[in-house]
Design a protein around this ligand. Structure first.
Ligand SMILES: [Zn+2]
Length: 269
């Protein structure tokens, strides 16, 4: 990657859980990671395409789709992203990386990306925790979760600018501190505030514990996938920041992080 280029992270939503997804106050479009070669869309839930339109992001400019697990706030727009990625299904193009529930179905979870859509992408990969795959200029590693979808994964993205971590949906498990140790930017799905623990999800206190168990803490923590009842967002960020020692901000539609090798900038589109 040439000098002067940056890695960009752009949020198309900050909400999650079924109530927030219905109300769409915070949005559920997932987020994007752009490097020189990689245009990665992570967890395109409801509204992804609409948010991209609003923020002037070209959906055709997508070459990797990642879906962490088989819940609609993470997958509803996945097939449309595949349609964009394949230039309207006219080219065999792009990579799909996800888990077995999303790609093949498992028990009550039906396949969330049709065989037809999968057949048009260049490669389809089932990623299990601790497995990794090199695509374009990034390495993607699956991380462990404990959530409704037993095959749910998080993601650690290794780039020329250091690592970006994404918890996916999970409750607190010991492996999180290890899987995300040393990431520069850590996106954590936190459905509830301090001690508002919901099974299968992190609350603010869980996240503080995860961070404090890391040998090397992140430079920046971004809380994401906030539930309907998470209303004092600024207060939660301050609480997490004070108790973890890591600068904490909240995801928001249009939040853009510009990351270079030794610093980052926070912008709002
Ligand atoms: Zn979920």
């Amino acid at each position: 990657m040439g000098r002067g280029n940056l890695l960009e992270i752009i949020f198309l939503g900050a909400g999650g859980g079924r109530w927030e997804t219905i109300y769409q106050n915070k949005g559920t479009g997932g987020f994007r990671v752009h490097t020189e070669k990689t245009k990665l869309h992570i967890d395109p839930g409801p509204g992804s395409l609409v948010r991209m339109k609003d923020l002037n992001i070209n959906p055709f400019d997508t070459n990797i789709l990642f879906v962490s697990h088989c819940h609609p706030d993470h997958y509803t727009d996945a097939e449309v992203i595949v349609e964009a990625m394949t230039l309207g299904m006219t080219k065999k193009r792009g990579y799909i990386v996800s888990n077995i529930s999303v790609l093949e179905g498992f028990g009550k979870y039906e396949r969330a990306i049709s065989k037809y859509h999968q057949s048009k992408s260049k490669e389809v990969h089932i990623l299990n925790p601790r497995e990794s795959i090199n695509i374009l200029d990034v390495k993607l590693m699956g991380t462990k979760t404990k959530h409704g979808d037993p095959f749910g994964i998080g993601l650690r993205i290794n780039t020329d600018y250091g690592d970006i971590g994404y918890t996916g949906d999970t409750e607190r498990i010991d492996s999180l501190s290890e899987d995300f140790n040393g990431v520069r930017i850590f996106v954590a799905n936190v459905i509830g505030g301090a001690n508002k623990r919901i099974r299968g999800h992190l609350c603010s206190n869980d996240l503080i514990d995860v961070i404090n168990d890391m040998g090397e803490k992140p430079e920046l923590l971004i809380i994401n996938h906030m539930g309907l009842k998470m209303t004092n967002i600024k207060g939660e960020c301050e609480y997490i920041s004070q108790n973890s020692g890591v600068k904490t901000i909240a995801a928001k539609i249009g939040l853009k992080i510009l990351l270079n090798r030794d610093s980052y900038n926070i912008l709002y589109l």
